[in-house]
Design a protein around this ligand. Structure first.
Ligand SMILES: [Zn+2]
Length: 222
């Protein structure tokens, strides 16, 4: 995948996140189902990276991989993280039919609770703690239908190297659990405390891109 930015003048910017207009999405019957195999034994640590916290995995071999779908080859699981907003009204990066979501307010999620019980150990920037036997597959929704398009990282350096796959089913999270995320600090231990109240990038223009869906007439499930 090439990196193309507006500064090269060769093509229009392909940044993320974007609004997914479900009426303009094209169903692509050649899109395969996603193959997700995540081994809980590969989970390693929680790390506060300043703008969010990462759950990191051992990616030295093909133990935990994502493949098929729109992808070519195996993508090893290295880390995952959440985005949130200062209130429960927003926080998601991708927006569906103009509607922002906070990740989706619902019942307390047991997998997220497992993470939250360890967040105190990584309250300030650069703190980390061991975090093992985390089952990411359990956190993901059962419905594996998805939207896909080519875009970018949503944090610096915003490289346009990402095949985005957005599952159509929301992951429930409670208001209280989101409050725990907002209690993390973007500052180091010896600095004046500043909370990570929000960490989502605003939507970017879709330009000439077409978003594809894995099934017909796909709507958001929440
Ligand atoms: Zn992110």
């Amino acid at each position: 995948m090439g990196i193309c930015t507006s500064s090269t003048g060769q093509c229009r910017p392909h940044q993320s996140p974007v609004n997914i207009n479900t009426k303009k999405v094209k169903h692509d019957s050649s899109l395969k189902p996603l193959y997700i195999y995540y081994d809980p034994k590969s989970s390693r640590r929680l790390v506060n990276v300043g703008h969010c916290f990462n759950v990191e995995f051992d990616d030295t071999n093909d133990k935990s991989v994502l493949s098929e779908g729109p992808l070519t080859g195996n993508y090893r699981l290295r880390q995952f993280h959440f985005h949130w907003g200062s209130s429960d009204r927003d926080g998601s990066e991708h927006v569906i039919d103009g509607q922002q979501y906070p990740a989706e307010i619902g019942e307390a999620n047991p997998e997220i609770q497992n993470i939250i019980e360890n967040l105190d150990k990584v309250k300030s920037r650069n703190k980390e703690c061991p975090f093992t036997r985390f089952d990411l597959a359990n956190l993901l929704p059962k419905d594996r239908n998805y939207w896909t398009y080519l875009g970018s990282l949503t944090t610096s350096p915003f490289l346009e190297c990402v095949t985005w796959i957005i599952l159509r089913e929301a992951i429930p999270i409670s208001s209280q659990q989101l409050d725990h995320f907002r209690s993390l600090l973007c500052t180091a231990e010896n600095e004046e405390a500043t909370f990570i109240l929000e960490n989502h990038r605003p939507i970017q223009p879709l330009e000439d891109r077409v978003i594809k869906s894995s099934c017909k007439n796909m709507v958001y499930k929440h």
